[in-house]
Design a protein around this ligand. Sequence first.
Ligand SMILES: [Zn+2]
Length: 335
Amino acid sequence: MLNKNKPNALKRMPLADLHSHMGGAVAAPILWTLAHEQGIKLPTKNYWDFEKMVTVQKSDLHGMAALDREKYYWTELIQSSPLAMEPAVRQTIGGAYRAHNIVRHEIRYSPMKRNRGGERDLDYIILASINGLERALLEYPEVKAGIILMLDREFSFALNEIIYHKAIKYQPRGIIGIDVAGPLSTKFHMAAYVDLFREAKQRGLGVTIHTGEEGNLKEMALVVQQIEPQRIGHGILAHKDKRLLASLREKNIVLELCPTSNLNIGVIKDIKTMKRVYRTLFTAGIKLTINTDGPEMHGTNLWREYNLLVEHKIFSAKEINGLIKNSFAATFLKK
Ligand SMILES: [Zn+2]
């Protein structure tokens, strides 16, 4: 149990991070070394400038599109090879366990954003990440971890379908689910993906979808009513719609909240708003989990996220214990 008189008690509690992007989870010095090992031309030769390039400084960004364009572009480019993906995954899982006792760890990435526009073979990228996963699990047998492959709103249906088929192919080797991310786009229609996601669920893959983070609620309503994923990435906009809140509760859909990321990207403007939004979701009876979204990029870690919520009285210590339990219950990893 988290003891509210000992704020650092969380540091020693076993924790689960269900929403962490590989593009945001690798520490800047590791990315720097990987870039140099591969001879990638960077726009700076100064490490400290590079660190600013791959991390978010509060309020230097506005919205998802800027995050993709300005930050993920570089981290994904550096991770675009088997040579980079193996140590990136291995060190992310091992590091999170050593520093913050993360014993259930789901990491996610888009293989299609790491193949240099088709130049590299997707299977080699995926296999390298699986090797990194397996080696981390050998090194730290207390940890259970898995990989979620991400589709993207930027891609055509045909490309996204390939990612889905790779997830099925490598399901026995540690691919535990699929997701879709990326800024809202007029070219992307979630309705076209209903059958794909429903089939994925039937075949035993976990389904989580980034939606209701910014923009309007139309897409999130479609996701909840027609796809019924086990989890939704963010989904914070649901606080505006009582009917949607009721559907989330009835269908037992879990939300993956990422507090610092919400503030950094500006989808929640301040702590006061965060309290109102998160409390509305909580009191509506929605199962909530707390995650990092990519700790290195957002300059945070999981126990800092929980402490932020306690310090600002968004959740009580007792409620935080419930949220931690939600994460262990909602993981796509086998129990
Ligand atoms: Zn995310």
